[in-house]
Design a protein around this ligand. Structure first.
Ligand code: HMG
Ligand code: MG
Length: 316
């Protein structure tokens, strides 16, 4: 369908899109952390390599958290050791504290991500600390990480809503994000952890952040629990956000956020971006193949739309 740009209805529609978007792939971490059956280390490595083969350049490969809290991620060191590292690909890991940073450095990673919630109850359930105590723990992670030459990313979770507290004041999330950026994070990823966000709300949150933070330092991490993630991406694109987190085939969830389903599926994101003429550097066919690997790795059907429908619409 061609859109008549002179039509009064289309005049203001999607006119402000970026030329290129950076995809930050979280399936090996956010995706697999929620799987109850232990996934074999070699299968995790196979998934990460399939993602790199598809042209993904930023991959969150694992997390270095307490193995008691998230047993699925206990093999992070082994995953990093077995990985055949590709030129131009940044592998990162989630770390909650100094021990996590130490393990990531030992595993040879050059990027880590810290995480904190905008709501007290989710933060306590997730890391057993108040928000203030978590920021204090990050003093031994962000500054020391940057001093060792690592790039440190920061997540601010539950910004669109908390599974325990309901509505969250985005200004609280902004204050936390500013703290993370001041401490040395190169980017903050804003989390709709339980996928409750809708487009006007997303517009308000992004607008608030962009009044204080440059667009390139903001990423969106949208879970697709209620099917609204792509609609929220469109709002982000229009407002100048150029980094989006996603998980192949829609893997995902947070073990400490009841009701958190899959992340926005990377294939759905990339299909939509490419269809709008926005470059990602990703080969969608190969990405679809990586989705097949993800499905084989977890041994059940995954929810991504393009994953299920296929890349092309032509009948064979
Ligand atoms: P704690 O029990 O309060 O702390 O846990 P602790 O310091 O007493 O440690 C307990 C045990 O864990 C000790 O071992 C420590 O040595 C060990 P023990 O003496 O009992 O044998 N330990 C560690 N081991 C390995 N690596 C470490 C580490 N730290 C401690 N780094 C803690 C506090 C933060 C450690 C724990 O709560 C934790 O690991 N939580 C992680 C929870 C998690 O990974 N959640 C999912 C990720 S967040 C998410 O999904 C949201 C996101 O996707 C964004 C969004 O969607 O919005 C990022
Ligand atoms: Mg998440």
């Amino acid at each position: 369908m061609t859109i008549d740009v002179r039509s009064p209805h289309s005049r203001r529609m999607l006119t402000n899109l970026p030329k290129r978007v950076s995809v930050y792939e979280v399936s090996p971490r956010d995706g697999l952390q929620n799987e109850s059956a232990q996934v074999a280390t070699h299968a995790k490595v196979r998934l990460i390599e399939a993602l790199a083969d598809a042209g993904i350049r930023r991959i969150e490969a694992t997390s270095f958290v307490s193995p008691r809290w998230v047993p699925q991620m206990a093999d992070g060191t082994e995953v990093c050791r077995m990985l055949e590292r590709r030129e131009g690909v940044t592998y990162s890991a989630l770390v909650p504290n100094a021990r996590g940073l130490e393990r990531a450095v030992e595993a040879g990673l050059r990027e880590v991500a810290v995480f904190i919630s905008a709501s007290e109850t989710h933060n306590r359930k997730n890391v057993n600390k108040t928000i203030a105590q978590t920021l204090e723990a990050f003093e031994k992670v962000i500054g020391p990480g940057v001093a060792q030459g690592l790039r440190v990313r920061g997540y601010v979770s539950t910004l669109w809503g908390c599974p325990y507290e309901g509505d969250v004041d985005p200004k609280r999330g902004l204050a936390i994000a500013q703290h993370l950026l001041d401490a040395g994070c190169y980017q903050v990823s804003l989390g709709d952890t339980i996928g409750v966000g809708t487009p006007v709300q997303t517009g308000k949150i992004v607008e608030l952040f962009l009044q204080h933070v440059p667009a390139e330092k903001v990423a969106l991490h949208l879970h697709d629990t209620r099917g609204t993630a792509l609609a929220n991406v469109l709002v982000g694109l229009e407002m100048g956000i150029t980094t989006y987190d996603a998980a192949v085939a829609g893997l995902g969830g947070c073990p400490y956020a009841p009701g958190a389903a899959g992340n926005l599926a990377t294939e759905d994101l990339v299909y939509t971006l490419h269809g709008m003429g926005i470059e990602t550097g990703i080969d969608l066919e190969k990405l679809w193949q990586a989705g097949q690997v993800a499905e084989a790795v977890v041994g059940r059907e995954l929810p991504g739309k393009v994953h299920q429908a296929g890349v092309r619409s032509l009948a064979s």
